[in-house]
Design a protein around this ligand. Structure first.
Ligand SMILES: CC(C)(COP(=O)(O)OP(=O)(O)OC[C@H]1O[C@@H](n2cnc3c(N)ncnc32)[C@H](O)[C@@H]1OP(=O)(O)O)[C@@H](O)C(=O)NCCC(=O)NCCS
Length: 191
């Protein structure tokens, strides 16, 4: 069926090109490579990342497969996943746009940071940089949600300019049960 409105971002504009790297101050957001498998494995052994993320990664082959799925999602224009690399090249975090909908012009932001690198502003810096990139390609609205119990993530959202829009009741199932979720969002043109 024809649509009354054109796609907000032309379909094919992501997947037909290589995923770019993005500068974020001293940090570099770059596509994941198979050689990052051990970093992913370490990340998913962290109890906090296990708590707040539904996925498990228990072996190197699973980590390699996950990186392959990131690369496929880029080609399919459904998600964009970046490793967050420090000036020396060490990967200390992950920033992502999930649920990309080019037709509607929206996506969801997701992140984690390795325990030893937390509290240095990495998540907020990466979120701001990826938001700038997303609005630059023409996306209109970015959402960010987190459990009401995840206070650090709420702070990241605030620092990255994602306004609080409301609380979704019983919206995410974690291993300890259903969590109410804060919805934050930033739209193109927000300060
Ligand atoms: C949430 C997470 C990504 C934050 O990464 P980070 O790089 O440390 O984030 P930043 O340094 O940019 O900001 C963290 C903010 O949260 C605050 N914070 C940290 N722990 C907190 C807590 N228990 N209560 C309240 N605020 C807290 C910090 O003080 C900081 O705010 P400030 O700069 O105003 O002092 C990281 O803690 C993490 O990976 N946690 C586990 C996985 C996760 O929660 N992922 C997100 C799921 S929605």
């Amino acid at each position: 069926m024809p649509r009354r409105t054109d796609p907000v971002v032309p379909v094919g504009c992501l997947g037909n090109a290589d995923q770019p790297a993005i500068s974020a101050g001293d940090l570099l957001l770059r596509p994941w490579a198979r050689t990052d498998a051990d970093t992913l494995l370490a990340a998913f052994s962290d109890p906090a990342i296990q708590h707040w993320h539904a996925r498990t990664v228990d072996s190197r082959p699973e980590a390699v497969a996950l990186i392959g799925s990131y690369q496929q999602a880029w080609r399919e224009e459904t998600a964009a996943q970046w490793a967050v690399a420090e000036p020396g090249g060490e990967v200390t975090g992950r920033i992502a746009l999930r649920a990309i909908d080019l037709v509607q012009g929206c996506a969801e932001v997701a992140y984690w940071v390795l325990p030893a690198a937390r509290g240095r502003g990495i998540a907020a810096t990466a979120t701001k940089a990826v938001s700038g990139w997303a609005f630059g390609i023409g996306l209109h609205r970015l959402e960010l949600d987190h459990s009401v119990a995840n206070l650090a993530s709420c702070r990241v959202a605030e620092k990255a300019g994602f306004a609080y829009e409301g609380t979704k009741r019983g919206a995410a199932l974690h291993t300890d049960g259903w969590h109410d979720m804060h919805l934050h969002a930033r739209i193109s043109g927000d300060a």
